[in-house]
Design a binder for this molecule. Sequence first.
Ligand code: ZN
Length: 40
Amino acid sequence: MMVVCAYCGVHLPKSDSISGNGSFYCSEVHRQAGKVSQQP
Ligand SMILES: [Zn+2]
């Protein structure tokens, strides 16, 4: 299964992704960046 990084849009295998905030990210860096950008 392929997922899309919610921060940069790259496609990657779900097994290689990092999940957070109900989304997937390509790396821990983007998970942190995506979390910062998702202010309510
Ligand atoms: Zn990314």
